[in-house]
Design a protein around this ligand. Sequence first.
Ligand code: BGC
Length: 423
Amino acid sequence: MKILKFPEKFYWGAATAAHQVEGGQHNDWSEWEKANAERLARESEKDFRWNPHWKEFEGEATNPKNYISGLACDHYNRFREDFDLAKDLGHNAHRFSIEWSRIEPEEGRFDEKAIEHYRVVLLSLRERGLEPFVTLLHFTLPLWLSKKGGVLHKDFPDCFERYTEKVAQALGEHIHYWITINEPDVFAGGAYMKGIWPPQKKNIFSFFKALRRQADAHKKAYAVIKKIFPESRVGVAKHNIWFEATDNTLVNRLLKRLADSLWNDWFLKKIVAHQDFIGLNHYHHHRITGGYNKNKNEIQTDFGWEFYPQSLGQTVMELTKYGKPIYITENGLADADDDLRPRFIREALASLHTAIQSGADVRGYLHWSLLDNFEWDKGFWPRFGLIEIDYATQKRTVRPSALAYAKICKENALELPDSASEN
Ligand code: BGC
């Protein structure tokens, strides 16, 4: 048996996002869901027939109700119970997002009750010894902002700065780790490149504009938080992919460099002087062999994504060039039966350990997700949780993978059979 020790004071935990778990939202997504649920249910077969798991979720995916976030996990009311579970599972950190549309339901009007709610959330985490990692924007916008053009509007960075300042003044004494924006690129890609997420305005120029505006918004938010709390740590959660050039040919190397610089590095370079750490959200590996995404796909998750946990370590190594501490702010898979998740966690963490041994300054791992949740335009059928949710009864059931992960969290170490590979 090999024991892989993680660095002292390593943060272990899981992540969620407001819209996906809280329930009772009133924002651009909740409106969009109502207008699009029927269509999404109708189109699901065409979109997902290729998926080897289609038969397992066909019933849910073809039902329009699947696409309405509604009560979700009712985490807005049940957060204490959920944090108790996280604590019992040995977590010492937790990432969640504050819902902007609750804090500022009308432009310039802040809702003190909503602010108070998040104060209680933060204190509940601290009482349980869970270090909060707080995201300010995880895909959803207040309606007043989306109506005037969302992230494309010239005022977006100022609006985001004002909201951030309010949250920092009201709640900042309880927050050390801030994530301004979750996956600015995935967000812009869904909304403006693929045109499948609100506001569904497919236009490549808008995509780049959305990225630029989010970079400006991040910089302003960074400055305002640091002005009030200079000791706090502020970053983004960046969705990076491991592009693997499968051989050393010139064309593959060039394609990899192009993919890296457009997807992995462009945004990080734009904000490089305005971040204290890099938050890495990691899910994908793409093999480049004279073309793009020639994955072997030997095993596929429920989502149809390649099962390739070891790409976490590779992706981390590629971030070391920034010379910043790295926190894994998301990493996980859709796996309703929980038969792949224990192995996924083990192999992802083994690769992370190898990266740390090779010099990467990684300080925490937050699995996606603590709870099953509302997976955006796919709805409820993809099950990403360490904890299973029965949406009819709101019953929580701890999955076996959560227990295996708990052992790692509690021991700050991963036990591997001698035969297992570390990368
Ligand atoms: C997002 C999460 C999402 C997860 C799984 C990430 O891109 O930040 O909100 O649930 O991927 O798809």
